[in-house]
Ligand binder design. Structure first.
Ligand code: ZN
Length: 154
């Protein structure tokens, strides 16, 4: 990666870190889970509204933590909205491999555009402690979508 690209990538992370998207608690969320990364002090709660067809209608989060964890959570909420629970679980698997450096290139598929956006986080692979910051919101979203700490407004 050349310096211009690196600068652009850092800009995206800083922007999301400073102005996180979907930083709120939706009233009609029916899944939520809390995530904690004690190594860094990142703590967040992810809220999802999942319909009967297991489609994620809304995704949001609240919490505090380092810029990487906040930026990653912000991007995560934008990306998972409108996808099914099984789609975001596959995407999470790819994202995890991207962050750990286990995979560099990903096949062209339904997630190609999302992976291009998420590539901004791939710099964390050089800092093993940061991998947890980048993946915390995804782990938490996965827990919420899998029904752990599931709540209902009914
Ligand atoms: Zn962190």
């Amino acid at each position: 990666m050349d310096d211009d690209m690196r600068e652009l990538y850092q800009e995206v992370i800083l922007d999301h870190g400073k102005n996180p998207r979907n930083f709120r608690q939706p009233e009609d969320a029916n899944c939520e889970a809390r995530g904690n990364n004690p190594l860094c002090g990142d703590q967040l709660t992810v809220y999802l509204k999942v319909d009967e067809g297991r489609l994620i209608r809304d995704a949001a989060f609240e919490g505090r933590g380092c810029a990487i964890s906040m930026a990653s959570a912000s991007m995560m909420t934008q990306i998972v909205c409108g996808k099914t629970v099984s789609q975001v679980q596959s995407l999470f698997d790819k994202f995890h491999k991207l962050c750990t450096g286990e995979m560099e290139e990903f096949p062209q598929d339904e997630f190609t555009d999302d992976m291009e956006k998420l590539r901004v986080m791939s710099g964390v692979r050089r800092f093993p402690m940061r991998v947890k910051c980048a993946t915390l919101s995804w782990h938490t979203m996965n827990a919420a979508a899998s029904g752990h700490n599931e709540t209902t407004t009914e």
